[in-house]
Write a protein that binds this ligand. Sequence first.
Ligand code: NDP
Length: 256
Amino acid sequence: MGVLDKFSLGGRTALVTGGYRGLGRAFAAGLAEAGADVVIGARDAVASQRAAEALAEETGRTVVGVGLDVNDRESGRAAIQAALDATGRFDILVNNAGACVHRPALDVPDDEWDSVFATNVDGLWKLSQEAARHFTTVGGGTIVNIGSISAHIVNRPQWQPAYNASKAAVHQLTKSLAAEWAPLNIRVNAVAPGYVKTEMAPVDEPQFKARWIDDAPMQRYAVPEEIAPTVVFLASPASSFMTGSVVVIDGGYTLH
Ligand code: NDP
């Protein structure tokens, strides 16, 4: 097998949560381009279906869009079933769905704290567990979690305590599940992006420039397509000896 063949995802099926826009859309496209069939799942079922149709046309892969709330275990099971119904397989879970709210810690209401953790941690946990239950029946699988540099640094000038703590939990859960599930042939890795231009991160707004852009050694933000190749790598046999790794992709932001 040649080295580039190891990046191929031909014959595999992936589920990307939050895959109709932003980083998730780029991950779904990257996985499909590498040969995978893909299920895109988010709460907006119509947007998920539209993105799936467009991606199917672009890549020629089977791409299905479903309504999915990662907080709802039943809808997670249904999304996995959609992968099995459409393609007969389910091999790769990309836990991309996420939420972030900017607010000083003293002002964060309980329901806001809870909702950030429910999406970023509880939802990721439930879907990982459901995926792994399936993977144990077919000899293995791979999970790629989307963490953040916010697990390592405290973003400024805005405050986002729930988000930062939730992403630290994502990194540690990645390692915990990787260790526990390695004997089951389930690899669990994460990427930790820096600032990436999406609806979540208003990287163009002037009030963020000094901290988000000027402080970064590369002096710029990323676009989602710069993170997607690493997700393909972690999902593929090219990373066959990697598990429990958190790959930082931040233009050098966390170097100082
Ligand atoms: P966006 O806000 O653009 O996209 C988030 C996606 O997640 C949407 O498709 C949304 O769809 C979906 N989503 C949110 N809640 C749920 C839920 N409960 N169930 C299912 N889907 C849900 O964000 P990004 O693309 O920027 O972020 C993607 C991931 O990357 C997140 O985990 C984020 O924390 C992480 N990240 C982003 C960075 C950045 O700079 N942009 C940097 C580091 C990490 P819907 O609302 O319809 O459900």
